[in-house]
Design a protein around this ligand. Structure first.
Ligand code: CO8
Length: 265
């Protein structure tokens, strides 16, 4: 992989988007690698949580940029058909982050602009360093957010705030992102990865199959009417009752046993 760095330990994968020369901007090669890498991670039973973050810039500053957007130098000469294809190809890894059985956490360590904000939004959870900056500057470039931003931003922060951010191209800092519900947590930059790993560790200790089913229930029910959504939830709840982990989790509780041997995934 030319543009990604992957480390796996203690059931947690840390995936860095690493294009230091372009503040980790997403070009088609990076998106292709991302799609392949996420496919491999999803198949890996030993990975329970994925943390996505940005690599250091060319001066080795780890808190400069998460992802500074899609690669403008690649997009500048794209035809309408090429740009559409670029968007459809990008949708594959973005949907993987959203739908893969592992929980995905974006550890946002600097600029999260355009496609950078959009890829963070495709993750399940966002933790930002205090110096992180969020924004959708696309209409200032004559395009629109095309990696799901017009859809995911409105779903996360509401239509009014999404429209304001997208129409004005305003950048917001981490605390404002927290205030409007775009990020789950803001921490000092030096504590970002430890905080993300601590949260990942907490998630990984729970019954991973149940976590993955809960993720699917939340995702699938979000756009359904409440009656169908609750019925879908009941079906998935039923399914979790057929697992070893259910027997183990409940037996451990009844035996007052703190250690649980969860094995399903
Ligand atoms: N694309 C390509 N190169 C970039 C990008 C980018 N998005 N962002 C930064 N770079 C490059 C710069 O060109 C520069 O390269 P070089 O050193 O060779 O000149 C290097 O990274 C460092 O950047 P700066 O010198 O500009 O660093 P600064 O600290 O001065 O500024 C900023 C940092 C503010 C982040 C600035 O780089 C910037 O404004 N970047 C662009 C941000 C932006 O507009 N992002 C949105 C892009 S559009 C988008 O994401 C669309 C997504 C949907 C696409 C859908 C397709 C279907």
């Amino acid at each position: 992989m030319n543009n990604l760095k992957l480390e796996i330990s203690d059931q947690i994968a840390v995936l860095q988007i690493a294009r230091p020369a372009a503040l980790n901007a997403l070009n088609s090669e990076t998106l292709k690698e991302l799609n392949e890498c996420l496919t491999e991670i999803e198949a890996n039973d030993d990975v329970k949580v994925l943390i996505l973050t940005g690599g250091p810039d060319k001066k080795d500053n780890p808190f400069k940029s998460f992802v500074a957007g899609a690669d403008i130098s690649e997009m500048v000469n794209m035809s309408a058909a090429e740009a559409r294809k670029f968007g459809m190809e990008a949708a594959k890894p973005f949907f993987k982050l959203m739908e893969m059985r592992q929980v995905t956490i974006a550890a946002v360590n600097g600029f999260a602009l355009g496609g950078g904000c959009e890829i963070a939004m495709a993750c399940d959870i966002r933790i930002a360093s205090e110096n992180a900056t969020f924004g959708q500057p696309e209409v200032g470039l004559g395009i629109i957010p095309g990696f799901g931003g017009t859809q995911r931003l409105a779903r996360l922060v509401g239509m009014g705030r999404a429209k304001e951010l997208i129409f004005t191209c305003d950048s917001i800092d981490a605390n404002e992102a927290y205030r409007i519900g775009l990020v789950n947590k803001v921490v000092p930059a030096e504590e970002l990865m430890d905080t993300a790993k601590k949260m990942a560790g907490k998630i990984a200790k729970n019954a991973s199959y149940a976590v993955s089913i809960a993720k699917a229930a939340i995702n699938n029910g979000y756009d359904m009417d409440i009656h169908n959504a609750v019925e879908m939830e009941a079906n998935l709840f039923g399914l979790t009752n057929a697992t070893h982990d259910k027997t183990e989790g409940m037996t451990a509780f009844l035996e007052r046993r703190p250690e649980k041997n969860f094995t399903d995934f």
